[in-house]
Structure formats: C-alpha cells, structure tokens
Design a binder for this molecule. Sequence first.
Ligand SMILES: *Cc1c(COP(=O)(O)O)cnc(C)c1O
Length: 379
Amino acid sequence: MKSKPKFETIAIKSTENKFSDSAPVSTPIYLSSTYKRNNDGTYMNDFVYSRTNNPNRAIVEESIAILEKGKHAYAFSSGMAAVSAVFQSLKTGDHILLPDDIYFAVRKLMTEVFKRWDLSCDFVDMTDYELVKKAIKPNTSLIWVESPSNPQLKLSDISAIAEIAHQNNALCAVDNTWMTPVFQNPLALGADIVVHSTTKYFGGHSDVIGGCVVVNNDEIAEKIKNIQILSGAVPAPFDCWLIGRGIQTLYLRVKKQSKNALKLAKYLEKHPKVEKVLYPGLKSHPQHLLAKKQQKKGFGAMISVLIKGNEKETINISTKLKYFTIATSLGGVESLVEHRKSLEGKDSLTPENLLRISVGIEHIDDLIADWENALSISN
Ligand SMILES: *Cc1c(COP(=O)(O)O)cnc(C)c1O
C-alpha cells in the first residue's frame, strides 16, 4: 500500500489486540499486577510489573503517540497527574509562564503546591506575544499554553509561542485537551510537550479519569517516564481499556460535536438574551483567522456563552435545559452545561454571567430547541 493510513484508520488499528495467543479482536483487560519471569531471569516481553508497564497501557500510549505525531506517550491516572509530571520534570528555582485564562486546577497546582517546591510563575495574556516576551525571565524554563483557553476560549499561536520559548532556552508545553489531535497537533507546530486530560474526549463517555503526556525529545521523554514509574500515578488496566475504546470513535465523535457546536454557537450569538458567545468558529471571535489556520479540521465543541443577566439569572437558564446536564467536565457524548464561576470558587476570574457548554453528539435541532426554550422561559 502506497498511501499512509488516515486518522480514523490509525485510531482503530493502533488499539487492536496485540498480545493474546487466542487472538480475541477486542483487547482483554490484563488485571495482573505482575508478570512471570523465566528461569534464566528474562521476561517474555516488556511487561514486568504493572506500575512499570502493562499491555492495556502500552496500547493506549502507542496509540496516543501516533495520533499526536509524537515519539513517546506516557499515560497517567488523571490529567492533573500528567500536568504534575511536567512540572516535576523541572528543577527548583525554575520560572514558568502560564496563560491568564487557564484550567483553574492547573493554576492552583502551580500556586498552592509547586510554589512550595520553589517553582515560580507568572500568568500572562498569551494572545499578546509582546507581553509573553516581556514576562520571560532568565530562569524561565517552560511556557505553558492552553489554546483554546478554559473557559474564555482565548487562542494562542502555538508556533509563535514555541519560537519565543526556544529563543529563550525554554520549553513549550500545550494542554491539548480541548482540541484533541483531530483538530490540532501542537508537536507538529513546534511545541515540545503535549498534555491531555484523557478523561475528556479520548474517554468520551464520562466514565473514566485519565491523562497523558506526549513528547518527541528522548531526553524529556526519559524524565517523564521516570516520574510516571517512580511517582506511580499510573492508570489501571481497565481505565486504559476504556480510553482505548474511546479512541476508536474519537474522530467520529469530535467531528460531530464540533459541527453541532458551530451551529449552536451561531444560533446563540443571534439571541437577544445573549450578550456574547465565545467560540473560535465564529467570525466575531477576535482570533477567528488564527483558529482557521491552527485548528485545521474544526473549532472544537466547547462554547462559553455570556448571558444578559446576573449570576442568578444565568444559573436559572441552565436549570431550564433538558438535554444539557448540569455538571462539570466535558468531552462526553452527552451535552453538559456549567456555571463555571461557582465551581471555580472565590478566586475565580470567570465572569458571573458565563455558562460553559460541552456540546455532545445529540441531534442539533434538539439542542437548539432546548436553548430556545430555556432562554424564553427564564427571567
Ligand atoms: C479536565 C482538564 C484537566 C485536568 O484533567 P483531570 O483528568 O480532571 O485530572 C486539565 N486541563 C484541561 C484543559 C482540562 O479540561
């Protein structure tokens, strides 16, 4: 065969069973903590002890590495464990630049945990590259990017930020959870590290917590692998199995979710009770052109909507929705809605009239009708 396999094909092929003699098509779940050693001290293959590696994890890591166009991937028991592993790979005294709009637990991890380890940080508006350059210090070793950011969907030009990082001997890490490798491959754009919460689109069914770090550079890979194995925040074989199964339908799900999201965003933008819709696929998004360049196959399925009203009126609208479950998280097949500020707590920088929407795979007509109804009966 001359042509290279495409995303959908890789997603199926890279997660097939490779380990059993009896060749079941679906990979069995290897619930073994340890693996037999031969009399001469050797092992049948790479598997020694399940914290170090196991078949279900190996499949997921190999699959995510290929899909993210990376050489190495390391799976973790949560997205936050994956983020921690990247921070743990730095040395004390290092300085990190993070986006001002960022997944709030990453902000807290940095300011409440890693500060005690003598890592310092600054939060900057990463849509402004001059500000990023100015914020760099001699000890800046990492620039952390979220594009789109959570929850205000600000974009950063990943190539530009990676270039700034490299000119200053720093690394560029991208949290690619919201985009998935279907829409955006940060390593191909020049980033050094990609992080995922596989809880979201990879799992895709709101039934598993997981994370992953993907890198090309062998030296960084070795550090992350060491932290994975020695710190031990590894995913269980069953969790890996669920994520592997999710990967098989990732492409279909996110393409549909993204299509739904664009239609819903366009509808919401025209509604008189809506102040503003934050979605990179809209022409009104300040970085729509960058979105078209960077997010090649779609704009993702996360929307933030600012309601004309106060906190109470905003929350009230979310309670009127029938097909959008009020819950945190994102990326599952079912649509979710969340009043982000009240979840983030008192330090939250999120506007009180913002609802964050994770668009699912339901029929778009039902989703739009649901919002039409909720917006008409509130107040
Ligand atoms: C959910 C999320 C995380 C954290 O992942 P967990 O799996 O919940 O630990 C990190 N970054 C982003 C962008 C997320 O959405």
